[in-house]
Design a protein. Structure first.
Lengths: 303, 381
């Protein structure tokens, strides 16, 4: 055998052994991944099958078994939707403005804290940081007292439509205020990686501080807006605590409150509750799908 | 277009309790239309000086004036300057056209048509008119460089500032852009301050160069004057590639003793006059002035052994050691000359090419002889 031939054989041998090692590795990887998928999805799957079963069907089968035609029903969804309709609308009315407001204000604040220089920045930043760590529970009482003292419904008496929705406006303002710190911190880390020379170039080009924000920083912030919008939307949409404290009129109940109402006082109707849970989760899922691509960009820091 | 004056400009930074002086009383007058290169090693304060002119840093002391107006307190936006950054700093979400229009939109009241006309004219001048609708991410480094330049030129400012604009380009492109930048600056006639750490750029591009070290201005002069008549050791060592050879020498009447070698270098009366009574000196000689001869025996000839030969094609760079010591010397000989490493030669250090510096202060006491001095050193502005 010549040297060239033997070299060829060894390289081929190496190739096959490499392929074999590759295969077992792959197989192990997929097994673990499939196991994790099953682990994470089984509760969701159980909930979904339950929501399509009649009461008897739920009681007589294990939750993970799909509904047979005998026990299949859409009734839980109809009932849940009927109860939660108002809540869904009310939630939309305050979650969308609260999300957009806190993201926008957070972005502006972060811009001021990173790309503009002025005295006392560190102090302000510390206050923002503290805001992130303030637990919801600790502010419930002062929050209630504050909104009792302000009497928003009274102030809005000139516009009955708004006055009737005063609870929701209170929620909007509260959630905006509560969301600004985390949005500011998120935007701040993003803006810190933004090229300073580019900002300086814009300054030399004659742009004012706000002009730079509007024409340079804001258009380049879209991935981070996707992150904060998704985060804030989910956070505010899923909140029950502030709603319980601030919403008094039944007509203003938000989605989490109406979901809570599905819980019967005597009999637990699991199928309706599950259907309700899925209905309540639907808007956040839609938001994830719509902003998903930018979300991934924002997380990875690519601009 | 205007004259730019720096009068005792100083920049101090606070570093905890310490105060760091980044730029120390720098004074330069830059004529209308002049191309001044600010050069020095990293951390010498050249970029800080540029940023003070731009208004991106405050001035601790002294005045900066464009024409007769002191601009210390004029905000960046109203200084009528344009700057080209090292990493170009283009706006990534805008097309080339939008990048170039941005400055016009923010600083003038021109109509959209007029702005587009300016952009088109500048793009044609820079040969980037084909790229106007592309985004910066779709351009090569050289093209981005041109767009950054275009963004500055289109505004027709009083002063151009350039912060190492060529350092991100590869060597070939850089040499081409060097020529082109000079041509453009000649054509536009805009006062320009150009910062670089590259002495080749400084030598080739500047009408005059200003050499900074540790925040202190060392010399402001034409490139050739800095090269042939350096004011001190730092300038002599910084300008020129490969750098000047330096030897510590001690004067003993009409001879210089090369420390640590036992070698002697006789000096004539004309040089002795320049030296006052300083005895601790540094002798400097540029590599291209060192002659490699065979035989020798003259009073300025020294036996050497060639250690390394770097053939460059047009010339050979030599590293050699003086016999009976560890002192090395760089020399350049013609590319056709055959020099072998490991062999003995004689190095002739002609007295006419020698520089002498005060070892303590670094001040130049004697510079080399120049034939037709005025012709060579007069500015070519």
């Amino acid at each position: 055998m010549t040297a060239a031939e033997s070299a060829e054989t060894t390289s081929r041998e190496q190739e096959t052994s490499a392929l074999k090692g590759f295969d077992t590795q792959r197989a192990a990887l997929y097994t673990v991944l499939l196991g994790l998928i099953a682990f994470y999805l089984s509760p969701l799957w159980g909930g979904l099958t339950t929501a399509f079963k009649t009461d008897t069907g739920f009681l007589q089968t294990t939750p993970l078994i799909p509904p047979t035609p005998e026990w299949f029903t859409l009734e839980p969804w109809e009932l849940a939707l009927a109860t939660m309709q108002g809540g869904l609308v009310n939630s939309m009315l305050f979650v969308v403005p609260a999300t957009i407001l806190s993201a926008t204000l957070g972005s502006l604040a972060a811009y001021g804290l990173t790309k503009l220089s002025w005295r006392g920045q560190v102090g302000i930043l510390v206050i923002f940081l503290a805001g992130v760590f303030l637990p919801y529970q600790s502010v419930l009482v002062p929050l209630r007292q504050f909104w009792s003292a302000v009497d928003l419904a009274g102030l809005l008496a000139f516009a009955p439509f708004l006055a009737n929705r005063a609870d929701l406006i209170e929620l909007t303002i509260t959630h905006t205020a509560y969301g600004i710190p985390i949005c500011t911190i998120l935007f701040r880390s993003y803006y810190k990686t933004m090229d300073d020379e580019m900002i300086e170039a814009a300054k030399i080009d004659g742009a004012s501080a706000f002009g730079i924000y509007k024409r340079i920083v804001l258009p380049l912030s879209m991935p981070m807006f996707a992150v904060t919008l998704i985060y804030q939307f989910t956070q505010v949409w899923n909140d029950l605590l502030f709603a319980l404290v601030l919403v008094t009129a039944r007509s203003n109940y938000v989605v989490t409150q109406s979901l809570n109402e599905l819980q019967g006082s005597m009999a637990q109707q699991y199928n309706i509750q599950m259907a309700g849970a899925f209905i309540a989760a639907l808007p956040t899922i839609i938001i994830y799908i719509v902003f998903g691509r930018q979300f991934a960009q924002g997380i990875s820091g690519a601009s | 277009m205007a004259r730019l004056t720096l009068d005792n400009v100083t920049k101090r930074f606070d570093d905890g309790d310490d105060e760091i002086v980044a730029v120390d009383e720098v004074s330069v007058d830059i004529d209308d239309g002049e191309f001044l290169v600010l050069v020095g090693p990293s951390g010498c304060g050249k970029s800080t000086t540029l940023r003070m002119i731009a208004g991106l840093e405050t001035v601790s002391d002294g005045d900066i004036a464009i024409g007769d107006d002191v601009i210390n307190d004029v905000p960046v936006q109203r200084r009528d300057i344009a700057m080209v950054f090292q990493n170009y700093a283009l706006y990534p979400h805008m097309t080339v056209r939008e990048n170039m229009r941005f400055g016009l939109e923010e600083s003038t009241d021109l109509s959209a048509d007029a702005m587009n006309e300016y952009v088109d004219d500048t793009a044609t001048l820079l040969e980037i008119d084909e790229l106007l609708d592309r985004k910066p991410s779709e351009l090569s480094g050289g093209q981005q460089q041109r767009v950054a330049l275009g963004r500055a030129i289109v505004r027709d400012p009083a002063v151009f500032l350039m912060d190492e604009p060529l350092s991100n380009l590869d060597a070939k492109l850089r040499a081409g852009m060097r020529m082109e930048l000079q041509r453009l600056q000649d054509e536009l006639g805009v006062t320009t301050v150009y910062v670089t750490h590259d002495q080749t750029e400084a030598m080739t591009m500047g009408d005059r160069i200003a050499i900074l070290n540790d925040g202190i201005l060392q010399q402001v002069a034409t490139p050739l004057e800095c090269y042939h008549r350096p004011k001190n050791l730092f300038v002599a060592g910084f300008i020129g590639e490969p750098s000047m050879n330096f030897f510590d020498v001690t004067r003993e009447d009409d001879r210089l003793l090369l420390d640590g070698t036992g070698l002697e270098y006789p000096i004539s009366a004309s040089i002795r006059e320049d030296l006052d009574d300083v005895t601790d000196l540094v002798l400097g000689i540029r590599p291209e002035d060192v002659e490699i001869v065979e035989g020798g025996g003259g009073e300025h000839d020294f036996p050497i052994q060639v250690d390394v030969v770097e053939p460059m094609g047009n010339e050979n760079n030599l590293l050699a050691t003086f016999e009976a010591s560890d002192r090395t010397i760089n020399a350049i000989v013609g590319g056709m000359r055959h020099v072998r490493s490991g062999e003995q030669y004689t190095a002739r250090l002609p007295e006419s090419a020698v520089h002498l510096f005060d070892r303590k202060s670094g001040r130049a006491l004697h510079n080399r002889q120049i034939d037709e001095e005025e012709k060579l050193l007069e500015p070519h502005i």
